[in-house]
Design a protein around this ligand. Structure first.
Ligand code: HEM
Length: 448
């Protein structure tokens, strides 16, 4: 406990994590811990909301994800214990969902091809490129298209205004999280350089988000549009009113944060691990070459046709979860299943990064070993494998993230080899997510 601050308790046992994230869900909320610090960036968006405000946004967004993806993976939820995922591909659902999914896949493939173009150019000139930076462009452009139906220009411009301002705002907010006296600097926001910078970035981001909203309003009839923003514009909020521009802006910002950094970080760590483990890279190439045989990946092949690729991505997230730590605030006094007494106001943190490395949870825990995921009949629950959160607030975009990441990995492995720039320091930096601190510098070469 830091003097003057609420006490912190870290939980690592899946039984306890389940208690906090699911069994006693109503008692553990985001609360002021999160809301106050993030308010300028996320407003009242889904990450910052609790209670009816959260459940309304979750339902509205889930509707979209459900049609396209969750129902396609219904079998995940048909296991006897709903928290033990047993993956049994259900061909009826997949066939029925092929149309929208193929459309989403096309967005990812189009943007994947733009990544390949950049790498192609670099391979011809022998230029070093930062893969991580390209992955951010790929995921931002994709979420822009899928969630809001817009082109954010991530591949046309060297400087992407949205990304630059978003990153700076996120960095400053993260400093608030680590600073017990952060409210003092907010009071003095007219002289504190970071707070001044934060306001400048947020103003710029607001301008972009409001531009997207105004353009959409001009369309008028949104009934046949399927993107997330149109859906939020077409429905009423939890009090039965249409969402005003401020709340729509919060939707835009929250889905950018959800869809961009997490998947980009995952992709960066995949290629880091492939560099560290050439034998895994060779095996992955073999699978991709055999399954795709030089053709473009289809949705079904990306979803379930390359099990080793799936295992590589899953194993990467075990060791490098994009959200390495996450927390909730206790509303009332509680006792955890292990007997720990929790007083109201305590901040309860669970740590996916630490849990992914615990010998009590994983055999040979710190070894990158995709094989551990193959030939499994049952998978660890989301309370053990916590990369996507768990319980009612389980990541809404989990399946989309797998498709997005696996498709790009397959496209790159199919076309390129990578020579990693020597003497790079590989470490992470903790923002809200966990990117490689210095990026991932490589020289690509085209495969014969
Ligand atoms: C590898 C990629 C991803 C990882 C590791 C990941 C992980 C997570 C985690 C840990 C949370 C809980 C955060 C919290 O406590 O507030 C979360 C929530 C969420 N994620 Fe993801 N995510 C990924 C990709 C995506 C994508 C592509 C989308 C789609 C837009 C998405 C949409 C969401 C949403 C909407 C929530 C909020 C759920 C709620 O509070 O009810 N995520 N994700």
């Amino acid at each position: 406990q830091i003097i003057g601050q609420a006490p912190y308790v870290c939980v690592l046992d899946p039984v306890v994590v389940k208690h906090v994230l699911q069994d006693n869900f109503d008692n553990y909320i985001k609360g002021r811990l999160f809301r106050d610090r993030f308010t300028e960036l996320l407003g009242r968006g889904i990450f910052n909301a609790d209670g009816p405000e959260w459940s309304y946004q979750r339902k509205t967004a889930a509707h979209l994800f459900k049609r396209r993806e969750l129902s396609g993976f219904m079998t995940d939820f048909e296991a006897p214990d709903p928290h033990v995922l047993v993956c049994r591909p259900n061909t009826t659902y997949l066939t029925r969902l092929n149309v929208p999914w193929e459309r989403i896949l096309r967005v990812f493939s189009d943007h994947g091809r733009l990544v390949c173009q950049k790498l192609d150019e670099a391979s011809r000139t022998g230029t070093v490129v930062d893969l991580q930076e390209l992955f951010y462009r790929y995921t931002l452009e994709s979420i822009g298209k899928i969630a809001f139906g817009v082109n954010l220009g991530c591949f046309e411009n060297d400087r992407v205004e949205f990304a630059v301002n978003f990153d700076t705002a996120q960095r400053i907010i993260m400093e608030r999280v680590l600073d017990p006296a952060w409210e003092i600097r907010r009071w003095f926001n007219f002289i504190h350089p970071d707070e001044i910078e934060l306001r400048r970035c947020v103003k710029k981001l607001d301008g972009i988000a409001h531009g997207i909203i105004q353009d959409r309003r001009k369309i008028g009839d949104l009934s046949d549009r399927e993107d997330l923003l149109s859906r939020f514009m077409a429905v009423k909020d939890e009090q039965g009113k249409p969402l005003d521009d401020e709340r729509l802006r919060d939707v835009v910002m929250s889905f950018v944060i959800a869809g961009r950094d997490t998947t980009a970080n995952c992709l960066s760590w995949v290629f880091y691990e492939l560099h560290q483990h050439p034998e895994v890279f060779a095996k992955l190439k073999k699978e991709v070459d055999t399954v795709l045989d030089g053709a473009e990946p289809t949705h079904d092949l990306v979803h379930s046709g390359m099990p080793y690729l799936h295992a590589v991505v899953k194993e990467t997230l075990r060791l490098h979860p994009s959200v390495p730590k996450d927390g909730k605030v206790a509303v009332k006094d509680d006792v955890l299943p292990d007997g720990t007494v929790i007083k109201a106001g305590t901040i309860v943190i669970y740590l996916p990064w630490v849990m992914g490395r615990m010998e009590s949870l994983w055999e040979d825990a710190t070894r990158f070993n995709p094989e551990r995921w193959l030939n499994q009949t049952t998978e660890p629950s989301h309370f053990q494998y916590t990369a996507f959160n768990a319980g009612p607030r389980l990541c809404l975009g989990m399946h989309m993230a797998y498709i997005e990441a696996k498709l790009l990995v397959a496209m790159l492995v199919q076309r390129f080899d990578f020579e990693v720039k020597p003497n790079q320091e590989f470490t992470y930096t903790v923002t809200l997510t966990m990117p490689l601190k210095n990026g991932l510098l490589v020289t690509p070469t085209k495969r014969a």
